[in-house]
Design a protein around this ligand. Structure first.
Ligand SMILES: [Mn+2]
Length: 270
């Protein structure tokens, strides 16, 4: 078997990540560690909800892998990466440090970056638009179900209802209306974020918060959402030529395997 050739880290001009939720059980820290160790960047933008202080107040959870994420980021900040931290709502305590530098990490509540090809990229976590995003847990849940599964569940439910003498009721129709509702909320959020960026003269806007990664042109503004590291493991990157792209790191499970074995040697403090 030919060993996989080590081509070294992938080089980017900028990387955006958010909604990591360190301190929360659902955080995919191993994937993020692998991503951070496999890449090199001039700028690293942390677009909020990096540490989930809300969750830590409920249950204290801090395994070694979460510590390693912080250490890796601080290590980059100490060397060749400019690290900018834009706090979110789950780590809003850091908003009080707007404009300060802590351990080589600059904290800004909102920040503007210029791409190598001269475009103005505005960044914010995005929770300030929550008023338009009130979306129930149910809406969120059904948004993640596949339509095949819904149809299957509908068949089972219908059989059961029939046996109990109830008339047919379409679960699929109900769920579809909820998904439509969830998508409508997301679209509304994206439109508001993009409109605000346009009003302030930016070409690109980067946010997180809704755990729905995307790059879309809305009017003249490029709307970018870097997603999350709870279920999607996504990041936005600026290539060396200024192109902005979305990366799905969980698609690279092969790379993770070799690396996580090393990471997992450290005892877990769960
Ligand atoms: Mn958030």
């Amino acid at each position: 078997m030919t060993p996989i050739q080590d081509v070294g880290p992938i080089k980017y001009r900028a990387i955006w990540i958010s909604d990591v939720h360190l301190g929360y059980k659902g955080c995919k820290a191993e994937y993020l560690l692998n991503f951070l160790r496999s890449t090199e960047t001039e700028y690293l933008f942390l677009v909020g909800d990096i540490i989930d202080i809300w969750s830590m107040k409920r249950t204290m959870y801090w395994p070694q892998s979460h510590n390693n994420v912080i250490r890796t980021i601080l290590g980059k900040a100490k060397h060749d990466t400019k690290v900018i931290y834009i706090p979110g709502n789950h780590d809003e305590e850091f908003r009080a440090y707007d404009g300060m530098v802590l351990g080589n990490v600059e904290i800004h509540n909102e920040y503007t970056h210029t791409t190598v090809d001269g475009r103005s990229v505005h960044m914010l976590h995005g929770d300030k638009y929550d008023a338009v995003m009130q979306c129930s847990k149910l809406t969120e849940f059904v948004g993640n179900l596949s339509y095949d599964f819904i149809l299957y569940a509908n068949r089972i439910l219908d059989k059961l209802r029939h046996r109990l003498g109830f008339p047919f009721w379409s679960l699929a129709k109900f769920i579809k209306s909820k998904v439509k509702n969830a998508m409508a909320h997301i679209r509304k959020y994206e439109n508001i974020v993009a409109a605000e960026a346009k009003k302030n003269g930016h070409d690109v806007v980067v946010c997180g918060h809704i755990h729905h990664a995307d790059i879309r042109l809305i009017g003249d503004v490029m709307y970018c959402n870097d997603g999350d590291w709870i279920e999607h493991c996504t990041a936005l990157v600026e290539q060396l030529d200024g192109t902005i792209e979305l990366i799905h790191w969980s698609d690279r499970k092969m790379a993770l395997k070799a690396d996580s074995e090393v990471a997992l040697e450290i005892p877990q403090v769960a």
